[in-house]
Ligand binder design. Structure first.
Ligand code: SF4
Length: 252
């Protein structure tokens, strides 16, 4: 059994596959919290801080999440959706942290089906969960966008950087790349050193950097600094197209 918070057809807005029409499955729950990302929201009068997908992370929202306790129901729905779309789009499984469910029977059956249909599957993951690729071989056919968290996430390093999980994904997955969300302040302080230290674990992977910002009103505060940072270090700049186009609207 696993939780979905939303599913929708859109265009990938970030990372290597930005611009690719993609069907999104967003799972509920995360093993991190990332209060440093500065999105604030209110639960029962209490102000909390988290990332821009706090609605898929904080269990205070769990009542609105959809419980998936049978793979066939979701697979049937996906088949209908793809018929309606007219082709089988790239499927992006995001969160929260989708790999929290990687060994769940229902979740894995959905992944096996997607892979068996020849559908390109990308996991957007914080890279902290180690996968047993021998036991769950379908993951070897997937792409992993390793969206590692830096100090600006507000999470301690030992929680957000798990070298054995990262090496295992790099060694077994069809493709993986690094994606960092950074702000102007981090560019001035520790971004260069933090990314260099992660690249000691994964020196071969391409690096994408994108600006912190959960809305049009905030993303512009960081984009220029991140853009120039990428130029200095030969990293790839990733914008966040969905925020530019749809601002804070969810499910697009
Ligand atoms: S790891 Fe990702 S989804 Fe989880 S709290 Fe941090 S930014 Fe949000």
């Amino acid at each position: 059994m696993f939780y979905l918070t939303e599913q929708f057809f859109s265009i990938q807005g970030e990372g290597k596959y930005a611009g690719v029409p993609s069907y999104f499955l967003r799972t509920g729950g995360c093993n991190l919290n990332c209060p440093g990302f500065g999105a604030s929201y209110e639960v029962n009068g209490e102000v909390r801080y988290g990332c821009d997908t706090y609605f898929a992370v904080d269990s205070a929202y769990a009542k609105s999440w959809i419980k998936v306790d049978e793979s066939k129901t979701l697979i049937d729905k996906l088949q209908n959706e793809f018929t309606h779309i007219g082709y089988k789009p790239h499927v992006v499984i995001t969160g929260g942290e989708p790999l929290m469910y990687h060994s769940d029977k229902v979740f894995y059956a959905v992944i096996e089906w997607l892979v068996s249909e020849g559908i390109e599957v990308t996991f957007e993951t914080n890279g902290t969960i180690e996968i047993d690729f021998e036991k769950y071989p379908a993951y070897s056919s997937c792409i992993f966008a390793l969206s590692l968290k830096l100090a600006n996430s507000g999470e301690p390093e030992e929680k957000r950087i798990i070298p054995q999980a990262l090496r295992s994904i790099r060694d077994h997955a069809k493709e993986s790349f690094l994606k960092f969300t950074i702000d102007a302040e981090l560019v001035k302080t520790s971004a260069e050193d933090e990314i260099a230290s992660i690249r000691q674990i994964l020196p071969e992977l391409p690096v994408y950097c994108m600006p912190v910002g959960e809305s049009r009103n905030t993303i512009w505060k960081n984009d220029k600094a991140v853009f120039e940072f990428c130029m200095r270090h030969n990293f790839r700049y990733s914008d966040r197209l969905h925020i530019r186009v749809f601002d804070t609207t969810q499910g697009v």
